[in-house]
Design a protein around this ligand. Structure first.
Ligand code: FAD
Length: 298
């Protein structure tokens, strides 16, 4: 039969968009790049009265780096604008890792980080790296504005903490701490246009000696119903120089934190194994980047 007809609307202000989304609770959805939504509409996942295109709202199209406040990443900014931005290339290579492997070049021309978060797929590539960098979701809705940590934004497959009529406006990524580094890696059988069998994002900050790990965070993709922040990671890494024994201890914690399932992309045991392998490798990249990092005010 195909999807039922729906109205296409393109508001140019945030209040207008929120009003359109809040009407008749649940029968409207925001449209960013549409690379998930259009597929889902064809599969008749939703019965909608209206699709609200959010790309003409200035707050959602904003992309701004400030050495003190960090990065304001509008929810409707497509991936290509992110990896073409010199400040982002210099200060957020971990974010660049994730947006430049998402889909392929054509998908990156449309797909947004906001859509990646709001679609809440367990295998979303951008969510874990934002979470380890301590990014915050800025949300607006009929009852006002609020914030939620990216790490807590997705609650189940396809579910977020957004209420009816609420819109993700932007993601705020803190300015990189001195001597810190982040990275994202995933495993896919094909080089592109594939979904992660497992993924891992790491963030580390070094002590003043620029060798000892002072803080570390690790998040896993596609090995649980949502992204997973690895428990007790600090005990494995903090105070060490990130040598083999410390990395192996971190990999063990990644395997222990994983809650994988078996599906057509991979078995649960392969995914648990990959969580450990990717954890080790991504931590090595993050540590390497932290050692080369320059103070954020440069
Ligand atoms: C061929 C192909 C390859 C892909 N490869 C990858 C991949 O490698 N890695 C990966 O992670 N994903 C991949 N995807 C999935 C998809 O491209 C990403 O999840 C993308 O980031 C979605 O962004 P979008 O702007 O297209 O979202 P949309 O499709 O516009 O929206 C996604 C969902 O979020 C909601 N939404 C969007 N923006 C907001 C907002 N600001 N506030 C509230 N709700 C909102 C929409 O209503 C919809 O439910 C692929 C998709 C395709 C078709």
């Amino acid at each position: 039969m195909g999807p039922m007809p729906f109205a296409y609307l393109r508001p140019t202000s945030l209040p207008e968009a929120i009003a359109l989304l809040a009407q008749d609770g649940g029968r409207a959805r925001p449209l960013a790049g549409g690379t998930d939504l259009l597929v889902q509409l064809r599969a008749e996942r939703y019965q909608l009265d209206r699709v609200v295109d959010i790309k003409a709202i200035p707050e959602l199209a904003e992309l701004r780096y400030d050495p003190v406040d960090g990065l304001t990443l509008g929810a409707a900014v497509p991936c290509y604008r992110i990896y073409e931005d010199p400040a982002i290339l210099a200060h957020y290579p971990g974010l660049v890792d994730a947006v430049s492997i998402l889909g392929g070049v054509a998908i990156q021309g449309r797909a947004t980080v906001g859509g990646n978060l709001c679609n809440a797929s367990p295998s979303a590539d951008v969510t874990p790296v934002l979470a380890v960098m301590g990014a915050i979701c800025m949300i607006s809705g009929p009852l006002g504005s609020r914030t939620v940590a990216v790490a807590e934004f997705c609650t189940a497959p396809g579910q977020t903490s957004l209420d009816n009529g609420e819109l993700l406006v932007s993601i705020q990524v803190p300015a990189p701490a001195p001597n810190s580094g982040a990275a994202y890696l995933r495993f896919t059988p094909r080089r592109e246009m594939d979904i992660a069998v497992a993924g891992a994002a790491a963030w580390v900050a070094l002590a003043d000696d620029q060798r000892t790990i002072a803080e570390a965070r690790l998040a896993l993709a596609a090995v649980g119903p949502t992204m997973i922040l690895v428990d007790h990671l600090s005990e494995a890494l903090v105070g060490t120089d990130g040598g083999e024994a410390a990395l192996e201890a971190a990999a063990r914690r990644a395997r222990d934190s994983a809650r994988p399932i078996t599906d057509m992309r991979g078995s649960a045991s392969q995914r648990r194994h990959l969580a450990g392998v990717l954890a080790k490798r991504v931590l090595q990249v993050a540590i390497e980047r932290a050692r080369q990092a320059f103070p954020p005010n440069d």
